[in-house]
Design a protein around this ligand. Structure first.
Ligand code: F6P
Length: 534
């Protein structure tokens, strides 16, 4: 832990706490140029963040002191950066162009990556052309994608972001263990024209296996036993388990692909089928361009590094433990949920890599809704609530071919402006008087209509949401998450925090089957269990 660099950052942030963001543009004429970046089709504007020039320098010094460059090299070199599981973390290998030479713990992996890509491409093309049909010879019309967490959120995001309005092969997703999810997904589907893809890295996840059982039974009720294999396939890092479960065909990936980083792998096979290979290749290419930028750009022009530093400045420097994601594009409506897993499962940690307490705030709480919907829900608090919540505006200049998105993006810009400039009570009072209010009325209402302002935001702009810009955007967030983990000195690639609940749920299932709580249950849980089993 570079204590001196952290102390410098905290001291700089204390000094910046009262500085007005808006004033920094005149105090530092190069601010806009210094804090805007153009990378892989994305324009990133960090100039409305709270840091002054001195604050930014302290943040960059911290990045250098934490050896971001050395840790980045360890990631790309396939070292065991996931040290609690002894695994390399190599999702960049999945999107690298053919001919790359990635190694996981020194084992070459790129040839295998290319082979799986070729398999996915051939299978998807056969399905899309109707050469590969269901058991009765009819072409597939729907893919039912079953998976949860990283085996669900990424493909769902890709599909929502890029799907044609009227796709030839439609995708349905089932994640929840609640049978309503499956029931809803199956509405209107014909087993003869439905392909079920079960996606699970471990192939042990309770929710996914239960849903897979249900889907298998649904298929089996309508199809001849010998035809099942064509309709029920698996994507997993444990192919032997998928085969034992009854999957007729399996697409594999390796343990060096983390669940929440797996959307570049066969985990997105459903999307390849729904969108076609070229779109998926574009998605990989966009991410690969961002990888190159992350590897090559100096820290002060490096987009993932700069986004991570802005976050650290807010969270640890200025004690702002939440962040809002506001994608101003209907097609990015799944981005907040995706980033919740990516960032909170990666960095929601309390110990350093050596097991000692981190001793500071780590990952902020992330929430969000697509703009403009969020404006009419929780933005009130962002503008006038006592706590400062930084906002990330993701703005697409043209969301539709037919209609310019001016209404959409002008709302995004206005929100960012309002958050930064605010409105004083004096201004609010003057406006009330100008609109005909009496002096008394103006005094009474002005405090309610004042905005503190000076609230930070980041803007990420793209002209269109294409496979390439989507790939670049997601890779940007992945590397940002990694850099934050480096600064906090945590392992961003394990997720032990989800294990305890899984174990306790299994014990409670036994109690539920027995119809009585076990003796060691706490009174509240025991009472709730009795009520639910009654
Ligand atoms: O929620 C915990 C988790 O382990 C995630 O990390 C993972 O993405 C998800 O479960 C699904 O796991 P699997 O792909 O093994 O079914």
């Amino acid at each position: 832990m570079p204590h001196a660099a952290w102390a410098e950052l905290e001291a700089a942030a204390r000094r910046d706490a009262d500085a007005r963001i808006q004033d920094q543009f005149s105090a530092d004429p190069d601010r806009l140029a210094r804090l805007t970046l153009d990378v892989a089709g994305l324009h990133i504007d960090l100039s409305k963040q709270s840091w002054t020039h001195a604050g930014l320098k302290a943040a960059l010094d911290l990045a250098r002191a934490c050896d971001v460059e050395g840790r980045r090299a360890a990631l790309f070199n396939g070292e065991a950066v996931n040290l609690t599981e002894g695994r390399a973390v190599l999702h960049p290998a999945l999107r690298a162009p053919d001919g790359a030479d990635f190694r996981a713990l020194e084992e070459p992996v790129s040839a295998e990556v290319e082979a799986v890509r070729a398999e996915m491409k051939a299978y998807a093309e056969a399905l899309r052309s109707g050469n590969e049909t269901g058991a009765s010879g009819r072409p597939f019309k729907t893919v039912l994608h079953i998976g949860i967490g990283g085996s669900d959120l990424g493909p769902r995001l890709i599909w929502d972001a890029l799907r044609p309005l009227d796709p030839a092969i439609d995708l349905r997703f089932v994640a929840n263990i609640d049978p309503r999810d499956m029931a809803e997904a199956l509405i209107g589907l014909d087993p003869e024209t439905t392909l079920v893809i079960v996606v699970s890295k471990s192939f042990t996840t309770q929710e996914t296996l239960l849903n897979a059982q249900a889907a298998k039974a649904w298929l089996a009720a309508a199809l001849p036993a010998e035809g099942m294999a064509k309709h029920f396939i698996g994507v997993t890092a444990a192919p032997e388990k998928a085969t034992a479960f009854g999957c007729g065909r399996t697409f594999a990936f390796r343990d060096w692909v983390g669940g929440r980083y797996s959307l570049w792998s066969a985990v997105s096979l459903s999307c390849v089928i729904g969108l076609g290979w070229d779109a998926f290749q574009g998605f990989l290419d966009g991410a690969a361009a961002l990888d190159r930028h992350f590897l090559e750009a100096p820290l002060e022009r490096n987009a993932p590094v700069m986004l991570a530093l802005a976050e650290i400045y807010n969270v640890d420097g200025l004690h702002r433990p939440a962040r809002t994601i506001a994608p101003y594009a209907h097609d990015l409506r799944r981005l907040p949920a995706f980033l919740q897993q990516l960032e909170m499962e990666s960095n929601g940690k309390q110990v350093r890599r050596d097991g000692a307490p981190v001793g500071r705030q780590t990952c902020p709480v992330i929430f969000g809704e697509p703009g403009a919907n969020g404006q009419h829900a929780f933005f009130q608090q962002l503008h006038q609530g006592p706590q400062v919540v930084p906002v990330e505006f993701i703005i697409v200049s043209r969301t539709c071919e037919e209609t310019p998105s001016t209404y959409l993006w002008s709302n995004a810009l206005a929100q960012a402006q309002a958050l930064m400039q605010g409105k004083t009570e004096t201004q609010a009072r003057a406006e009330l008087i100008a609109s005909g209010a009496s002096e008394d009325e103006a005094d009474r209402l002005a405090p309610h209509k004042a905005f503190p302002g000076n609230r930070p935001s980041t803007a990420i702009l793209m002209e269109r949401l294409t496979p390439q810009t989507l790939g670049a955007l997601i890779a940007l967030y992945e590397h940002k998450t990694f850099v934050e983990g480096v600064l906090w000195d945590i392992n961003s690639f394990d997720q032990w925090g989800v294990e305890l609940g899984k174990v306790l749920a299994k014990a409670l299932l036994k109690d539920a089957a027995a119809g009585a709580p076990s003796a060691d249950l706490d009174p509240s849980t025991a009472d709730l269990l009795r009520r639910l089993t009654a």
